[in-house]
Design a protein around this ligand. Structure first.
Ligand code: MF3
Ligand code: CO
Length: 248
């Protein structure tokens, strides 16, 4: 069931979104060669709880941490670990969720560790830009496929591929609500997005082929070809003439 939020509910999601934005800024400011993803996770936990909020991911289907930290060929859902020490030239995607006063916000960014290759830099930029290409088409009444197609077209014209096995989602009282929000699809198809629907748009972009593998730890998703992947996500609310980003 797709829920339409009231202005009061959207204001709650905005507050959760601002805590999440600040959490991701803390991640950006602390990512450097030598830090472990466990340390980043602890910082995120401390900050989110100090705001009186709860990390949405912690305990979600048994997930053991507050962030997902996915390095290089890890696409999403990398589990923070004291054994994962960041190295020069890696890219790391940090995904996190904040639950405040009954509502969730969900967002992700991909960061560079030290000096990163030009091609990895371009992967990060294209992934981020693909979100904004999708955002441009959003407004009350537009079809979901118009959003998906805008993202896919942009990514593929840059020579990269869009992950098919994982998608974005509606969000609100639950972290994952209807509808599914694919980053691939045909314009003019799918449900109509309506004013005050809230969705998490999250392109996952692979440098090589789109196929992924699910690791035996039950969480980590990696590229099948071993090439790097980037992730960018924001929670947005559809408005009459566009969309407002709640996590930026
Ligand atoms: N942020 C992910 C999503 O957008 C969810 C992460 S799964 C979790 O759907 F277990 F880590 F929470
Ligand atoms: Co999400």
């Amino acid at each position: 069931m797709i829920t339409i939020k009231t202005p009061y509910e959207i204001e709650k999601m905005r507050k959760a979104g601002m805590i999440l934005r600040d959490t991701l800024d803390i991640m950006r400011d602390n990512i450097k060669v030598g830090i472990t993803t466990k340390e980043l996770d602890e910082m995120a936990y401390k900050y989110i709880t100090s705001c009186g909020a709860h990390p949405s991911f912690l305990g979600y289907r048994g997930y053991p941490a507050s962030i997902c930290a996915s390095i290089d060929d890890e696409v999403v859902h990398g589990i923070p670990s004291e054994d994962k020490v960041l190295e020069e030239g890696q890219i790391i995607s940090i995904d996190a969720g904040v639950y405040l006063d009954g509502f969730h916000a969900d967002a992700a960014r991909t960061f560079e560790v030290g000096k990163v290759s030009k091609e990895k830099q371009r992967l990060i930029q294209v992934t981020e830009q693909s979100f904004f290409e999708g955002l441009k088409v959003l407004k009350d009444g537009v079809r979901l496929g118009d959003l998906s197609s805008a993202i896919q077209t942009f990514v593929e014209s840059a020579g990269f591929s869009v992950v098919r096995a994982l998608v974005g989602h509606g969000i609100g009282k639950q972290m994952h609500e209807d509808p599914s929000v694919p980053n691939f699809g045909a314009a003019g198809t799918g449900i109509k997005l309506k004013k005050n629907m809230t969705i998490a748009i999250e392109p996952m972009v692979n440098m090589g082929k789109y196929e992924v593998i699910f690791c035996p730890d039950g969480w980590t998703v990696k590229t099948k070809d071993g090439l790097p992947s980037a992730h960018y996500e924001n929670t947005v609310v559809i408005t009459s003439d566009g969309a407002e980003i709640l996590t930026l």
